[in-house]
Design a protein around this ligand. Structure first.
Ligand code: NAD
Length: 297
């Protein structure tokens, strides 16, 4: 089995790395946080002291980092992938980053004979733990075929949607739908609660109908119990919607709802909730309405 170098062991990368270990892949890992590294090492991974140590030891690389600047730094910065990877190495970047950044990084790596796919994911921490993520891939058909057995350890589906960058375009579409869906759920449950109807019963009544969604099932129980532990952080969603706005502007695509959802997330960030789960959009509505979305029962 190919030795995989895994860089970025946060909320998502940590369980993903563990799933690769469970399937028998030899793994060498690095994260800026030593705590994240030691837990994966206790599950059988080899620890590296730097990015360059991972890159030199691995045949295939996976990055799961916050945003474009971190991926660019690890890929192109000094001591990074471009400097140290063997020619022919495949980098699977599973972070959610700007599509243009993915294309730029891939082009620079290609000059060194290093291949890159963008393969961002959807499903959040629970699906990262279960190994049932949805993976949106951009790259060549050959690289996708090579990566597929690895991706199958991490996700329930991996779909090649186009060339490099197409994975992140698809992810931006996904993030628009999730943010606007959370905002719609928050607005609707605020209305019901303020009108005196028990939001728990509203959830029971509508979750199986056309308004039901994966977002509703995951986030309404959190809203009802006042739990905003991430999950997916407000600040990461601000990053995604900012990337979506920039992309929309570059290609002249309308982004009306994205802009409104971004304003709500920005408001939460400005009020100290940047590290809360994105379901905290409900707090934005609760404050405006002067109520809390809680069951009476
Ligand atoms: P996180 O902040 O929990 O983890 C990021 C990790 O990267 C941290 O452990 C950090 O120490 C490490 N890191 C940062 N810079 C580094 C560097 N230069 N070298 C080595 N390690 C470095 O974030 P996360 O929630 O795991 O998200 C990772 C990516 O996955 C993001 O792009 C996010 O948008 C995306 N994503 C997250 C979720 C979710 O629900 N959390 C769902 C889908 C996609």
């Amino acid at each position: 089995m190919k030795k995989i170098g895994f860089i970025g062991l946060g909320i998502m990368g940590h369980p993903m790395a563990k799933n690769l270990l469970k399937k028998g892949y030899p793994l060498i890992v690095f994260d800026l946080s030593g705590e994240a590294v030691s837990d994966v090492v206790s599950n059988g991974a080899e620890a590296a002291a730097s990015v360059s140590e991972v890159v030199q030891a691995a045949d295939t690389l996976i990055t799961m980092l916050p945003n474009s600047p971190q991926v660019e730094d690890v890929a192109l910065g000094s001591g990074g992938i471009a400097d140290h990877a063997k020619p022919g190495t495949l980098l699977i970047d599973m972070s959610s980053i700007a599509p243009l950044a993915a294309q730029k990084i891939a082009a620079k790596l290609k000059e060194k004979g290093i291949r890159m796919m963008d393969a961002p994911v959807s499903g959040g921490e629970p699906k990262a733990i279960d190994g049932t993520l949805s993976i949106m891939c951009g790259g060549t058909a050959e690289d996708f075929a090579e990566a597929k057995p690895i991706l199958d350890c991490l996700g329930a589906s991996a779909v090649l949607v186009g060339g490099i960058g197409a994975g992140n375009i698809t992810k931006l579409a996904n993030q628009i739908i999730v943010a606007v869906n959370i905002a719609a759920v928050s607005e609707a449950f605020t209305l019901a609660t303020k009108a005196g109807v028990d939001p728990q019963l509203v959830f029971e009544a509508i979750k199986g109908g056309l308004a039901g969604s994966t977002v509703m099932n995951a986030k309404v129980p959190m809203m009802l119990s006042g739990n905003a532990k991430p999950g997916f952080k407000v600040d990461l969603h601000i990053k995604d919607l900012t990337n979506a706005m920039d992309t929309a502007e570059a290609i002249d695509a309308p982004s009306i709802l994205t802009q409104e959802a971004l304003k709500m997330l920005q408001h939460l960030h400005d009020n100290g909730e940047g590290q809360s789960d994105h379901s905290a959009i409900a707090h934005f509505y609760e404050k405006l309405a002067g109520i809390e979305i809680r069951s009476k029962g």
